[in-house]
Design a protein around this ligand. Structure first.
Ligand code: NIG
Length: 396
């Protein structure tokens, strides 16, 4: 057993059920878990001692929505968009071609590099999706490679109907051999329910098949316009619906009602459908920012995630997403931090393991080079991540 005590934490944002923010705090890590949290003067001895020198600490970010298994470059598409073109789902095929052409070694190298980059920015729990394979062997290959590099993997065979096939033939593969063969590697299933990708009936078919196979559900919904994504996600008790840029009042009500049996203060009960907001993506596609403020006010649990992918959000920076949520989505700092930690954990149903600084949780910690976490929004764009512990190991 190895123990480490981190002393002189100037400000500790716990995201615990009481939302405590401690000053002059200390934390003891025992192997991969948090063993003690409290005032620095009461800190027990440990094998190793790290002096935080008054810096601010918070739980590591939980990035609950990424598409990191890809090769190729779409910067020209992005540049054209900044010059006035609008985003269309079809760009996924460009990445699919490049990703299929990459070897296992190359894809693993690229994925590992992106995960490392995320960790260097304070992310300690990472979800990623398949979805740039779009044929049986490739989706299985991407799922297999991803499962060795991230905390949890989502099967997104239903990202787009690939070139050269029709929707019916493709969906038979997605709900048949593809689903069957990705299962050893994935915990979740997702569908891009949007004009240009899959309609409501097709999305339902995919989600029902995946649920019957035992996978948890999430939905890409309401990203490019109003649509059935939220309705479908709430009806099928999906753990999250992601993007949520275009919401009717009914959509917000539907999401809120899924949280009726959840007691947010005590973090107990049955969690509902998390609305995952992806601010970097919204900026990169020039979509209206997701209505995070409205969702919170209605009682919906939200998450903030990076959506790292080559088409709509080529960043792993959760710090950037926090700054945007505070500066432009009108979330308070505490709400933004909670959404990017406990919110992400709830979206991945990992709230018993990660998402807060509490005794017994995985020791996933993010030490800022700043005396207070508000610097994340006060000093946007600055490299504020000073140190990171992931499952008790200092990795930055
Ligand atoms: O989450 N919306 C669908 N999927 C990705 C974009 C994929 C791409 O354009 O390559 C997203 O934004």
């Amino acid at each position: 057993m190895t123990t480490t005590v981190i002393t002189n934490i100037g400000e500790l944002t716990t995201v615990d059920p009481d939302h405590r923010v401690l000053h002059n705090a200390a934390i003891v890590i025992e192997n991969d878990k948090i063993a003690w949290v409290g005032p620095v003067e009461q800190a027990p001895a440990a094998d190793q001692r790290v002096n935080a020198q008054g810096r601010a600490m918070l739980p590591g970010w939980v990035d609950s929505h990424t598409h990191m298994v890809f090769a190729g470059d779409r910067s020209a598409e992005f540049e054209a968009r900044m010059a006035g073109q609008s985003y269309a789902a079809g760009g996924i095929n460009v990445t699919t071609e490049a990703t299929r052409a990459a070897s296992d070694e190359e894809l693993t190298r690229l994925l590992r590099h992106r995960v490392d980059e995320a960790v260097r920015g304070g992310t300690t729990y990472v979800e990623t999706k398949t979805g740039y394979g779009l044929e049986v062997d490739e989706e299985v290959r991407h799922a297999r490679l991803a499962s060795g590099e991230v905390d949890t993997v989502t099967f997104l065979g239903a990202h787009l109907v690939p070139d050269g096939t029709d929707a019916e033939t493709y969906l038979s593969a997605v709900t048949g051999p593809m689903l069957q063969q990705v299962q050893p590697y994935v915990q979740w299933a997702d569908v891009f329910c949007e004009t240009g990708a899959f309609n409501e009936e097709q999305s339902r078919r995919v989600l029902e098949a995946c649920a019957a196979a035992g996978l948890g559900l999430r939905v890409h919904g309401n990203q490019l316009g109003h649509g059935p994504g939220v309705r479908l996600a709430t009806e099928l008790a999906a753990a999250s619906v992601d993007h949520v840029n275009y919401l009717s009042d009914e959509d917000v009500d539907r999401l809120a009602s899924t949280w009726d049996n959840w007691d947010a203060p005590s973090v107990t009960g049955t969690p509902g459908t998390v609305a995952t907001c992806l601010p970097a993506c919204d900026l990169s596609t020039r979509q209206p920012l997701a209505p995070g403020r409205k969702l919170l006010d209605a009682g919906v649990q939200i998450a903030l995630a990076s959506n790292c992918n080559p088409g709509t959000s080529y960043t792993t920076s959760m710090n950037f997403n926090i700054a945007t949520a505070v500066l432009q989505m009108h979330l308070t700092l505490a709400e933004a931090i909670s959404a990017a930690t406990m919110g992400g954990a709830l979206a991945l149903r990992a709230q018993d393991t990660v998402g807060s600084v509490e005794v017994g949780k995985r020791a996933d910690l993010h030490l800022l080079d700043a005396p207070a976490a508000i610097h994340l929004a006060y000093r946007p764009g600055m490299p504020l991540t000073h140190a990171v512990w992931r499952a008790g190991q200092r990795v930055v």
